[in-house]
Design a protein around this ligand. Structure first.
Ligand code: SF4
Length: 340
C-alpha cells in the first residue's frame, strides 16, 4: 500500500530514487573506485549467502515503492556480473508503481545481455566510458578492457532498443582531461547523452586530491570552445546533471558537479547495498541493516517503519560541507559497495 504523503527528510527532500547495488564485484578495476593493487585475486568479496536474493531485493523494492520510490537504478560493482540479473529485472518490472528501472554498467557484458534485459523490462541503460583513447581507458580501468569492447556493448544496447543511451565519464586532471572533447564529439555524432562527472572523494581508497578535479566549468569551457553550448533547465527536481544543449541542435550533454556545484539540496536518493544495508548518502559512513529484520520474519510494514525513521531523520549534505570537513573526514563507505 503506497503512503499518501511524501516521505520527507530533515530538509524536506522527498524520497524518490532507490539505487540498488546487486553485487560488490566487478570485472574492471577502475583507479578511482576499485584500484587493482587493493582489489587483487586474494580480496574477499561478499559470499553469496550474504547477498540479498532476487526475491529479497524485490520484496524490499516493493516496500520502497510504497514509501515513494518511483525510480529504481541497478548498480554494483558491476551489475552484469551478477548471474541471471535479467530475472531480477523482470521481477522488479512486474511491481506496481515503478515508473522507471535503469542500470549503470561498464558495458563489457552488454553484447551478451542487452536483449534479455530489454525483454525483461529494463527501461534505460547508462554506460561508463571514461575515454575513447584506448591507452588512457585501459590505464583507468586497470587494463581490464579496451574501448572497442565497451563500444560493442553500447551498440548492442542500441540494437536492443534502449534510447536515449547515456554515457558517464569521470574526468581526472592529467589522466583523461585531454580526451574530453573527442568523447563529446563522438557521443554527439552517435546521439548518446554524455555526462561528465567531476572526480569525487568517494570511499577511502582512491587517493583523491582536490588538485586532480577538473571542474564542470572547465569541462564546459573545453567543449564550448569547439562546439558551442547553452545551459538548459534540469528535467526534474533531483536531477544531478547540469544540462547543456549544443547550439547547433546536435543534442545535449550533462555535467555532474558534486565537488564544485554540489546538489545535496535536491537529493532524493537512497542506496541499498548488496548485503541489505541502506545508506542515505553516497558518502555515508554507516548503513542501517534491513537484511536482519527481513530474514527474521519482519512484516513489510515493520520494514517500512525502519525506512521511514531513517529517511525522516536524514540530514546528509556531504558535498555541501565537504570543504568544512577537509582533514577530519570519517572513513566512508566504498563506491563499489553501494554504486555511484
Ligand atoms: S553528497 Fe550525499 S546528500 Fe549530497 S547529493 Fe550526494 S548522496 Fe546526496
Amino acid at each position: 500500500m503506497k503512503d499518501t504523503l511524501p516521505l520527507l527528510d530533515q530538509f524536506n527532500r522527498p524520497f524518490r530514487d532507490l539505487r540498488i547495488s546487486v553485487t560488490d564485484r566487478c570485472n574492471f578495476r577502475c583507479t578511482y573506485c576499485m584500484p587493482a593493487e587493493l582489489f587483487g585475486e586474494h580480496y574477499h568479496f561478499l559470499p553469496k549467502h550474504d547477498l540479498l536474493s532476487f526475491e529479497e531485493i524485490t520484496r524490499l523494492a516493493r516496500v520502497f515503492i510504497g514509501l515513494g520510490a518511483v525510480k529504481l537504478r541497478l548498480t554494483g560493482g558491476e551489475p552484469l556480473v551478477r548471474q541471471e540479473i535479467e530475472i531480477l529485472v523482470a521481477q522488479l518490472a512486474a511491481l506496481d508503481g515503478v515508473e522507471n528501472i535503469a542500470m549503470t554498467t561498464n558495458g563489457f557484458l552488454l553484447p551478451q545481455k542487452a536483449q534479455a534485459l530489454k525483454e525483461a523490462g529494463l527501461h534505460r541503460v547508462t554506460v561508463s566510458l571514461d575515454s575513447l583513447d584506448d591507452t588512457v581507458f585501459r590505464r583507468m580501468n586497470g587494463g581490464r578492457s579496451g574501448v572497442q569492447e565497451v563500444l560493442d556493448g553500447i551498440a548492442a544496447a542500441k540494437q536492443a532498443g534502449f534510447a536515449p543511451i547515456k554515457i558517464n565519464a569521470v574526468v581526472q586532471r592529467g589522466v583523461n582531461d585531454h580526451t574530453v572533447v573527442d568523447l563529446a564529439r563522438y557521443c554527439k555524432d552517435q546521439g548518446y547523452i554524455l555526462r561528465f562527472i567531476e572526480y569525487m572523494d568517494v570511499g577511502t581508497l582512491n587517493g583523491w586530491r582536490l588538485d586532480d578535479v577538473v571542474s564542470a566549468a572547465e569541462i564546459a569551457e573545453m567543449i564550448n570552445a569547439k562546439m558551442p553550448l547553452e545551459l538548459i533547465e534540469r528535467n526534474y527536481f533531483g536531477e544531478v546533471a547540469l544540462r547543456y544543449r549544443y547550439q547547433d541542435g546536435g543534442g545535449e550533454i550533462g555535467l555532474i558537479a558534486s565537488v564544485t556545484k554540489p546538489f545535496c539540496g535536491s537529493c532524493t536518493r537512497l542506496r541499498l547495498s548488496p548485503e541489505g544495508q541502506i545508506y542515505t548518502c553516497l558518502f555515508g559512513v554507516e548503513g542501517i541493516d534491513l537484511r536482519g529484520p527481513l530474514r527474521a520474519g519482519a512484516s513489510d510494514e515493520e520494514i517500512a517503519e525502519i525506512v521511514r525513521g531513517v529517511w525522516s531523520r536524514r540530514t546528509d549534505r556531504y558535498s555541501e560541507i565537504r570543504t568544512e570537513q577537509t582533514g577530519v573526514a570519517a572513513p566512508k563507505v566504498e563506491m563499489f559497495h553501494i554504486g555511484g
